[in-house]
Write a protein that binds this ligand. Structure first.
Ligand code: NAP
Length: 293
């Protein structure tokens, strides 16, 4: 990370809409650089860096929250009508700010099914699921806003506290086999650090409005689960064929198995020069084990 001081300064103030798993990790990473980073949630938290925002009940942050804001990251999913919750409620306020940068966390679901093929930012999104259509609509709303927006398309997010290890521990893992099926994934630290890398280097690397953040090794779910059991010193239960398991899966769980794609990170990692911290699930789960309780 070169030229750090000139791109993110201690005077910068970040607003993170949606301080959930990724938003909270990002805010903590930003604070380590000495900046103020406030996160939103829908209910009161015992945290001076937290403010209330709920697009569904008109809980709008007070004006003081927006004072001096230089950067915004939105981690909030689309509402049920496919509108972006932040833009719907706050676009006017946000547009009045002197913003250096705005980021939006999207999903690789917008690409639709590639039947196991690699997919990159150059490919036209063909969202298949309704939720992915709503997501693509939100991406379009952000682009139309004319804010200095960068959109990050993410596959399955995991990290300390939310990984296969917790799922095994909670007995929520089903060892399902579906021939040739792969999933892409990303460690939460790589989301935060890739974004920070891009902000810090924005004068040195080409600006791309849409960027995938994914690890190097899309693979079957079974490989990941097997490694999780190995790390916990437990025996993996027998595999179930997808066709047999399907009937017991929730509609949302089933929908994840309908699509099969390998998400390319070449733009981020080859062209723009970001170096992944966790290149694959093994490195990522090793990290999750450190704080696993
Ligand atoms: N999880 C994945 O594997 C995955 C994969 C790809 C993309 N994504 C997308 O990437 C983004 C971040 O994912 P994540 O898993 O880190 O998210 P997360 O932990 O589920 O957090 C979502 C945040 O959005 C807030 N939120 C939800 N609806 C809201 C509304 N109507 N008004 C105001 N705030 C609202 C939540 O508030 P509370 O804190 O009050 O709950 C929470 O802080 C999300 O858009 C997600 O859909 C997720």
């Amino acid at each position: 990370m070169t030229d750090l001081a000139s791109q993110i300064t201690k005077q910068d103030k970040f607003l993170v809409f949606g301080g959930g798993f990724s938003g909270d990790y990002f805010a903590k990473s930003i604070r380590k650089l000495g900046c103020l980073a406030l996160t939103s949630s829908r209910s009161p938290q015992n945290d001076p860096n937290n403010f209330i925002f709920n697009s569904e009940d008109n809980s709008i942050p007070e004006d003081s929250i927006f004072e001096g804001v230089t950067h915004i990251l939105s981690c909030i999913p689309p509402d049920k009508n496919g509108n972006d919750p932040v833009l719907k409620r706050l676009e006017g306020k946000i547009k009045k700010l002197s913003l250096k940068w705005v980021g939006y966390l999207s999903t690789t679901g917008v690409y639709g099914n590639t039947y196991g093929d690699w997919v990159s930012e150059a490919d036209k999104p063909i969202p298949f699921q309704e939720r992915s259509q709503r997501r693509l609509n939100c991406e379009k709303e952000w682009i139309k806003s004319n804010l200095p927006i960068q959109i990050f398309r993410l596959p399955g997010i995991y990290g300390p506290g939310r990984s296969t290890l917790e799922a095994i521990n909670a007995k929520k893992v089903k060892v399902i086999h579906k021939k040739n099926q792969v999933f892409s994934r990303v460690h939460v630290a790589d989301i935060a650090h890739a974004i920070i890398y891009l902000i810090q280097n924005k004068n040195h690397v080409d600006f791309h409005q849409i960027i995938n953040i994914a690890d190097d090794e899309p693979c079957s779910q079974i490989k990941v689960i097997k490694y999780g059991y190995q790390l916990l010193g437990l025996n993996m239960p027998k595999k179930i064929l997808f066709e047999d398991a399907k009937k017991d899966l929730s509609p949302i769980a089933q929908s994840f198995w309908i699509e099969n794609r390998r998400v390319s990170n070449k733009l981020l990692c080859k062209k723009l020069g970001y170096k992944l911290i966790y290149n694959n699930y093994k490195l990522g789960l090793d990290n999750c084990l450190v704080s696993f309780k």
